[in-house]
Design a binder for this molecule. Structure first.
Ligand code: ZN
Length: 201
């Protein structure tokens, strides 16, 4: 007759469960560290500072293209869309989402006439603006055909300041603001931010 060592068997089984629990906790920790921390930090920031944030464009008509992979409206190819497209009539005021420094002005890419603003860890980009960039010995400026020189590279702008108007520059199929966001080096879906803004308002 064979005697089964019940006590030892139970101990081994208990060890297995303990090991699995540790692995699950470690996996959660790694995922949190790698991916979720920036968005969580942003949502915490927005939850406490909602009154400071500004919607980036006036005369909102709708969201025409979201963040992430999509079929390009102009080429028909699958592409990565690093921002959110917000439709608004031509000439609508574009406003700085957050106060910060104008770190880049450009007018020769698919993004068209473009402003990028740095606010701490956050970088926000506005594309397809009306006008062009002019380089002078004093610096570089965004020239709007109606408003004149409205933004200089390197200057600080306050939250909600008018930084341009919706145009048709760059690769675009209709008047809209392409709004891009980065936290550190990582692209962030602006839709997540807009939802967080409305939740905390
Ligand atoms: Zn876009």
């Amino acid at each position: 007759m064979k005697i089964i060592p019940t006590g030892r068997y139970c101990l081994k089984s208990w060890h297995k469960y303990l090991l699995l629990s540790f692995l699950a906790i470690a996996l959660c920790f790694i995922l949190e560290t790698l991916q979720l921390t920036p968005v969580t930090a942003l949502e915490e920031e927005l939850a406490t500072n909602w009154q400071k944030a500004s919607f980036p464009v006036e005369n909102f008509q709708g969201y025409t293209s979201g963040f992430g992979y999509r079929i390009s409206p102009s080429t028909g190819q699958r592409e990565y869309h690093n921002g959110l497209d917000i439709a608004a009539p031509l000439g609508s005021n574009v406003r700085s989402w957050w106060g910060g420094q104008v770190v880049s002005l450009s007018d020769h890419t698919n993004c068209g006439t473009q402003i990028t603003i740095q606010s701490g860890e956050w970088q926000h980009t506005y594309c397809h603006l009306d006008g062009y960039v002019k380089s002078t010995p004093q610096g570089r400026y965004l020239i709007d055909p109606q408003l004149g020189a409205i933004v200089a590279e390197g200057q600080y702008v306050s939250t909600g300041a008018i930084i341009g108007r919706v145009g048709l520059t760059g690769r675009t199929t209709g008047p809209h603001l392409h709004w891009g966001l980065k936290y550190g080096q990582q692209d962030v879906d602006p839709g997540v931010i807009i939802r967080a803004m409305y939740r905390s308002s």
